[in-house]
Design a protein around this ligand. Sequence first.
Ligand SMILES: Cc1cc2nc3c(=O)[nH]c(=O)nc-3n(C[C@H](O)[C@H](O)[C@H](O)COP(=O)(O)OP(=O)(O)OC[C@H]3O[C@@H](n4cnc5c(N)ncnc54)[C@H](O)[C@@H]3O)c2cc1C
Length: 285
Amino acid sequence: MLNLNEIHKPTTLADALQFLQQPGAIALAGGTQLLANKRDDVRAVVDLSALGLAYIRERDGAVIIGAMTPLAGIAESPILRALANGAVAQAAHRSAASILRNQATSAGTLIAEPDGVLAVALLALDARVTVVRKEPRTVALADFLSMREHLLMTKVTSVMALVTEIAVPLTNPRASLQTVARTPSDKPIVCVVASARIEILRAAQNDKVARDVRIALGGVGDIAIRAGASEKMLEAQSLNDALIDQAARLASQDLMPRDDFRGSAEYRREMAVVLTRRAVNELRA
Ligand SMILES: Cc1cc2nc3c(=O)[nH]c(=O)nc-3n(C[C@H](O)[C@H](O)[C@H](O)COP(=O)(O)OP(=O)(O)OC[C@H]3O[C@@H](n4cnc5c(N)ncnc54)[C@H](O)[C@@H]3O)c2cc1C
């Protein structure tokens, strides 16, 4: 940020949005991506820390995570630890090392890491994101991830918008988060979160049926994605080893992962199968 001339710290959303309309202005949340990237096109930052957007609360049948809530707050939140086997809390913990968790925020992480483990957990739990330009607009997380450039206008010099909240429905399904990483504190190479309601049909035969199945994967593309075909295969079916294996293989079928220093495309595809199988097995267990 060699050319940074102005820092604004508005106390209202309206002021923040106004400051963001200047050419070269950008929203500053935890600042971990902005400062690391040292972007020389940024002339002004709009610090969001005085907008009162750091909270986690229950409202309208959902857990609402304010955009400025630090990852540490999500990881330690009793509400989120109790929801869906703590998948979102665990994902926040796995998103970054401890120092970064105190600084990086929920919205900043979704934007900086759209294929990261937090995005994956939220996608598997059917989260929604509220974006404010003039009026608040709430969109499904899948739409937010695929259209974030357009929704936030981060690349186009036009009207900028802000993320204010992320809502996770309080339906409380069973969930399982699976990751593979080079070290326990490193960013996962591939991650999978599966969620479902599990109904026990015949306890004696250990016959369990999965409903509302959602499987989300990260580290296998530009953004976190749902394994729609695998979900359909498992929906309302008795979960057995053969079916779970078939669904796990299907999850990696059309993936085009990147090759990078963390893992090859081939490794990522194989891990997508392994982690999907583990996640669904854990739902059944
Ligand atoms: C040393 C270091 C190590 C890292 N290690 C990891 C790692 O191991 N794993 C990993 O996944 N990531 C890692 N990261 C990336 C890190 O997770 C992200 O940088 C961080 O999560 C971003 O959150 P932030 O709140 O700091 O966002 P910022 O850096 O403040 O912002 C990120 C982007 O989002 C925009 N933005 C932020 N909030 C809003 C909002 N409310 N509305 C609209 N736009 C907004 C900003 O304008 C910016 O474009 C690392 C980063 C650093 C610096």
